[in-house]
Design a protein around this ligand. Structure first.
Ligand code: M6R
Length: 366
């Protein structure tokens, strides 16, 4: 059942070229310039006219929501608020009729996310679901939605569900942008072509596994880890840190790289591994300066870079290359080495990666 892998988590990490493909298939056709999202087709005009979009989720699904915020704002020019479902439901939030709430959930059973939807619905908002489990509670209470089609995810650490969520949210954003006219037809087609190539790029990124195993050996006894990224890669930093802490029990924090100098920089010494997501995008030069700041304080730097980068390898302790893509889709690729890093560190520490202590696959109590 683990398909020859030692753990479900590793199987699910390796399944991603296929699970992303399954998610895109039948929806995206780049050569025809077509994008069809049957589940929400009746809600596209509402989305196009929305004054704002609220995204509610927990954990890794919340990270997918943060990436979606950047994509929706860039391409659709609709303001987006990403909410921890648990906070949203209890703070008497301002919700208007005409607001749209998108709930993101692998299991479709997360109690707080479900309650956030019920609240939004009771105040007249439209609620859309991005779920993996077909027929789940969240899928059933949604007005409409798009399934992620990643297949069953057994490992408690979410991996393939996350990349499928990013794929679905990217498609929704592109579709809305097309309808709204906030993206040109040429750019729309280019973006579809980028998205279609993601499964092959994820396949390529998986090839770094041996190298990542080597890096994991060096850092398996670390007490702390920092993950830093900017722009689209900021949520990837959060996700990398969450993955490491939940399965290896190493304390890890993710930050937007520029926030480092507002506090976390005080933690940096020769004992502190810092993982930068430093791919070639609009924030590249800024991230390079942040790397220099860490190296000046003798931090150990592991950098996820775009293939062919010649600058960063000269500055850091370890580089892991990933294929390049449009920056909006980089989280789909850049998250792969971070999944593998946390997996290998956890295995080396003798942790139960598929069922970490104290954690349940779906959190059905608040
Ligand atoms: O099933 P959901 O996507 O609603 O679950 C949300 C979180 O509980 C979940 O992502 C959790 O953070 C994972 N263990 C992360 O790997």
């Amino acid at each position: 059942e683990k398909g020859g892998y030692d753990h479900f988590m590793l199987k699910e990490i390796n399944e991603q070229p296929r699970s992303i493909n399954d998610c895109l298939r039948g929806r995206l056709n780049a050569s025809e310039g077509q994008l069809t999202l049957g589940g929400i087709s009746d809600y596209l005009s509402k989305l196009r006219q929305a004054d704002r979009i609220i995204i509610a989720a927990c954990g890794t699904s919340w990270h997918a929501g943060l990436v979606a915020e950047y994509i929706f704002e860039e391409f659709c020019r609709i303001p987006v608020e990403v909410e921890y479902a648990s906070e949203f439901r209890y703070r008497n939030p301002v919700i208007h009729e005409g607001d749209i709430l998108i709930a993101i959930s692998q299991s479709g059973e997360t109690a707080d996310t479900l309650a956030a939807m019920e609240l939004a619905k009771s105040r007249g908002a439209t609620v859309l679901g991005v779920c993996n489990v077909v027929g789940s509670s969240i899928a059933r209470i949604s007005d409409a939605g798009v399934y992620t089609h990643a297949g069953p995810e057994i490992g408690v650490a979410s991996t393939k569900a996350f990349t499928a969520q990013l794929s679905v949210l990217s498609m929704i954003a592109l579709k809305v942008a097309q309808q709204k006219g906030t993206i040109s037809e040429t750019r729309f087609r280019e973006m579809l072509a980028h998205l279609e190539q993601i499964p092959a790029k994820v396949e390529e990124a998986l090839k770094s596994e041996e190298q990542i195993r080597g890096i994991s050996e060096l850092y398996q006894d670390a007490k702390n880890f920092l993950y830093l990224g900017r722009g689209y890669n900021f949520p990837v930093a959060l996700e990398g840190a969450l993955k490491l802490k939940e399965i290896s029990y190493i304390h890890a924090e993710g930050y937007p790289a520029a926030e480092m100098k507002h506090g976390p920089i005080a933690l940096i010494d020769e004992e502190m591994p810092v993982c930068f997501i430093a791919t070639r995008d609009g924030s590249y030069d800024k991230v390079v300066s942040n790397i220099q700041e860490v190296k000046a304080r003798k931090g150990k730097v592991i950098a996820i870079v775009s293939e062919g980068d010649v600058l960063i390898p000269k500055m850091v302790d370890h580089v892991i290359e990933v294929p390049n893509t449009h920056e909006a889709f980089m989280p789909l690729v850049a998250t792969i080495p971070l999944q593998l890093l946390s997996y290998h560190i956890a295995v080396m520490r003798g942790c139960n990666v598929d069922q970490p202590r104290n954690l349940a696959k779906s959190v059905t109590v608040e």
